[in-house]
Design a protein around this ligand. Structure first.
Ligand code: SF4
Length: 836
């Protein structure tokens, strides 16, 4: 099998650790034992995709079935995409390194509309035809799930099927259907797709034909089968039927959200009119606190994570939050596990929670007023008053927090100029509370352009143009100049594209493909997004973006997603839209059901846990009372694919391995306590070593051999500790004096004459390229010894002095006049070292 890491160009790409696989808890099954294989594709880079809880949930559920192998595939960053494209290297999974086109099912997670060009890139690199209609029997079934699928129409022709709603049961059912078809030796792709329509929540776009008014909106959606008139979303009535992942994959590389996440509830009862998630994930279903506590225990032990995040659309509404927080803190507080609640509503904040969270760390507080005043908050049904916001800010700062992040939207329906002025006043008022703390308390305000989404009461509303968005953001910037507020914003040009596709139809697909052909990639990344590329694509495919964006829809408009039923009825959404225009509010549906249409009140109903007392007294998190802290010097090796880990990644690997092994480290004092761990050197990415050294201080004395044994059990392949020695209390950090290397070339390019010439010279000038320009360095005094040991390998010993240096690779390249490609192909293993 050809592996990505064996390519000569691999060592020169950014953050190679994203593409290695082999992380702790990754599941690689024997291909002969799994009847069905599914690639879980995330159309963004690893750092983003691995932060996403839905992917971890599906990975765990699917892999828990012995007959099913679920593997991960992420979008390669642009440098790797280019290298793969020019070398013809195909997109592979992280686990078995299987080509994407060899999977039975390829499932994409569509979290938003700005990932669509990355889907095309992944299909292209995976050698899978773009369009469902072009795929043959041997091609994988290409499916998608996630919130963007509630209006799948702009990408309907790209996918064979979509999962609308909760994915756990539906994904399993699709894989079962594929297994049955395989067992029956049935290769009829069309027949299989028709069968899938019987699975709740499965949308097969080819079984619906869309008619359009010439140059206008959709005229009608025609079902092609009598028994398949619409698609109602899949609902798991009780999320407890699928426990949270007990052992999520532990990434090497730093993620956007690098922590253990536990979903404490799904759905929301508040009914904010702008919020698509609040509508499509109804009804609310809470997970039992016992399950959460048990899962936290198990998953923290299995991952070594130091941060725990409780996820929900509105954490503060979780009925048993306070006793749950208390139980979590009692259990994990002394292990320095921090707890965050990323989505707190201001009116649900309880000062008692702050006391609990504060017990370990004060993470920044995020509050979302969304709009500048009570009038606009009534329109959006936020149900939050100016007084609520100010009181909460006072409580948060008084409890010791130094940062509040405020979230706002611009371009909400009914927004007036005075609403923006009120937004500025509100931000300034919160900032003045920060100012009165006497500390360095700060306020960050974030602004995003409102994007009307399908299946919400605001789906009839026009969207602000990108130009108007910039005007309003600039007005806010000017008004907040000189304040202690840091204003951030989402670029209106990204909202422009998101808005076009959010309410788009199948006619947008050619524009999407054209934009991809013109180079559009990573559209959710501001630095990558090129509006002009998209404008050109729309122009060349005859699309008027404005007709999707800034047009107010009449109430009788047929939407492109008319045949997708999210459970909330169109009649209810219309009523809510009219109430918004009258500035009327709708109460929380925990207080009173508004008959939105989701619940049948028999199998589907809000599921709340109203009372809970922790049943079992938490076990102590560590053996009672530590004796004396003890310092150790550890010698370890970093070989094979682990050579591609950067230094910070290596530190993270060790910290989590210590946690999983139950070895508690001593922390420094101060505001940001850090574990006491130090490395003698930071090995360059791409270099292997048999002798690296690190010092750690454990909170308790452990016999060195058992320390080595226990930590080694927790280290990923390629990294292992060979030796541990106890150090005295006052032992200082050693310095590296000399290192020995074994260097192997891909080809036989070594010449004895070059070695002889080098050894007989006093100076060997090498031009070193740095960010500050070129510099001449004499390589000769850096080399203590060099010897060719085979036609393509040599041993070399170098000095580490404090003067201007060259790395091993540069020295070898200079002695043997190697080209950049030959240099990139060097395999360097550090074999010994002298410390002083
Ligand atoms: S049917 Fe009633 S209880 Fe159920 S989600 Fe809708 S409003 Fe809430």
């Amino acid at each position: 099998m050809t592996r990505l890491i064996d390519q000569t160009w691999f060592s020169s790409i950014m953050r190679p650790s994203r593409y290695l696989g082999g992380e702790v808890n990754a599941v690689t099954k024997d291909p002969s034992e799994a009847e069905v294989s599914i690639a879980l594709c995330f159309p963004d880079i690893y750092d983003v995709g691995m932060s996403h809880l839905g992917l971890k949930i599906l990975y765990s559920i699917l892999n828990s079935r012995p007959w099913l192998a679920a593997e991960r595939v992420f979008a390669p960053w642009s440098d790797l995409e280019e290298a793969m494209r020019s070398s013809g290297f195909p997109l592979q999974s992280l686990e078995s390194k299987k080509n994407l086109s060899d999977f039975d099912v390829v499932g994409f997670s569509l979290q938003h509309e700005l990932c669509y060009t990355n889907v095309l890139s992944m299909l292209h690199l995976g050698r899978i035809p773009f369009f469902s209609g072009q795929r043959k029997g041997s091609d994988p079934l290409v499916i998608a799930g996630g919130p963007a699928c509630f209006n799948p129409e702009p990408v309907a022709d790209l996918f064979d099927a979509f999962v609308i709603g909760d994915g756990e049961e539906a994904a399993l059912s699709i894989c079962r259907a594929v297994r049955e078809a395989r067992r029956a030796g049935n290769k009829d792709r069309e027949g299989l797709l028709k069968d899938l329509r019987h699975i709740p929540g499965i949308y097969i776009p080819s079984l619906f034909r869309v008619h359009y008014q010439p140059g206008g909106p959709v005229k009608g959606v025609e079902p092609l089968l009598q028994d398949y008139q619409e698609v109602r979303k899949a609902i798991i009535p009780d999320i407890e039927s699928f426990p949270p992942p007990p052992a999520p994959v532990v990434p090497f590389t730093g993620l956007i959200h690098d922590r253990l996440s536990i979903e404490i509830s799904r759905g929301c009862t508040r009914g904010c009119r702008f919020c698509q998630a609040g509508m499509i994930y109804r009804p609310v279903r809470e997970r039992h606190p016992d399950t959460i506590l048990r899962n936290a225990e198990e998953a923290l032990k299995n991952t070594g994570h130091e941060d725990l995040s409780l996820l929900s659309l509105s954490c503060g509404d979780y009925q048993c939050l306070l006793p749950l927080l208390q139980a979590l803190m009692d259990r994990f507080g002394d292990q320095r596990v921090s707890i965050s609640l990323p989505s707190l509503r201001i009116d649900s904040l309880d000062p008692a929670w702050m006391e609990q969270i504060k017990r370990v760390r004060k993470t920044g507080f995020t509050l979302a007023p969304e709009a500048g005043n009570d009038r606009l908050r009534k329109i959006i049904n936020k149900g939050l008053t100016h007084e609520d916001i100010i009181t909460t800010a006072q409580q948060v700062f008084a409890a010791g927090w130094n940062l509040i992040k405020l979230y706002f939207m611009i371009g909400l329906p009914g927004e007036r100029k005075s609403d923006l002025e009120d937004m500025v006043s509100l931000i300034r008022e919160v900032a003045s509370i920060a100012g009165k703390t006497g500390r360095k308390a700060k306020v960050n305000a974030s602004v995003a352009t409102f994007v009307p989404k399908s299946h919400t009461p605001f789906m009839w509303a026009p969207q602000l143009s990108a130009e108007e968005g910039w005007e309003r953001i600039n007005a806010l910037r000017n008004s907040l100049k000189g304040s202690r507020v840091r204003l951030k914003w989402n670029s209106p040009k990204l909202s422009w594209l998101e808005g076009i596709f959010s309410r788009g139809d199948r006619r947008l697909t050619p524009a999407l493909v054209k934009a991809w052909e013109l180079g559009a990639r990573f559209d959710a990344w501001d630095e990558h997004f090129a509006k002009s590329t998209w404008e050109k694509a729309f122009l060349e495919t005859g699309i008027s973006p404005e007709s999707y964006l800034s047009r107010a829809r009449p109430l009788d408009e047929v939407f492109p997603w008319e045949h997708i039923n999210c459970g909330v009825s169109k009649g209810y959404l219309k009523k809510e839209w009219k109430k918004a225009l009258q500035e009327m509010q709708t109460s929380d549906c925990r207080q009173q059901c508004h008959e939105c249409g989701v619940c049948d009140h028999e199998t589907t109903d809000p599921l709340l846990v109203s009372e809970w007392v922790p049943g079992v007294k938490p076990s102590p998190s560590s053996p009672a009372g530590f004796s004396e802290p003890q310092k150790y010097r550890l010698t370890f090796e970093k070989l094979s694919h682990a050579r591609f880990l950067g230094h910070l990644e290596l530190v993270r690997v060790f910290l989590r391995a210590f946690r999983r092994a139950g070895v508690q480290l001593v922390y420094s004092k101060g505001y940001h306590p850090m574990p006491k761990i130090s490395f003698v050197t930071a090995l360059p990415v791409g270099m292997e070593s048999r002798v690296e050294t690190m010092d750690v201080e454990a909170a308790d004395a452990i016999e060195p051999l058992s320390l080595v044994r226990e930590v080694n059990k927790q280290l990923p392949e390629g990294i292992s500790i060979s030796r541990a020695v106890m150090l005295g209390k006052n032992a200082g950090k050693p310095r590296l004096k000399q290192s020995g290397y074994l260097i192997t070339l891909r080809e036989e390019l070594l010449k004895e004459s070059a070695v002889a010439q080098f050894l007989h010279s006093d100076t060997w000038q090498v031009t070193k390229r740095t960010s500050k320009g070129d510099r001449e360095v004499n390589a000769r005094p850096l080399v203590e010894a060099i010897e060719i040991v085979s036609p393509n390998s040599l041993e070399m010993r170098i000095h580490h002095n404090s003067g201007p240096g060259l790395n091993t690779r540069e020295i070898v390249a200079a002695i043997f006049s190697l080209s950049p490609t030959e240099t990139a192909g060097l395999r360097i293993v550090k074999t010994d070292q002298i410390l002083e």
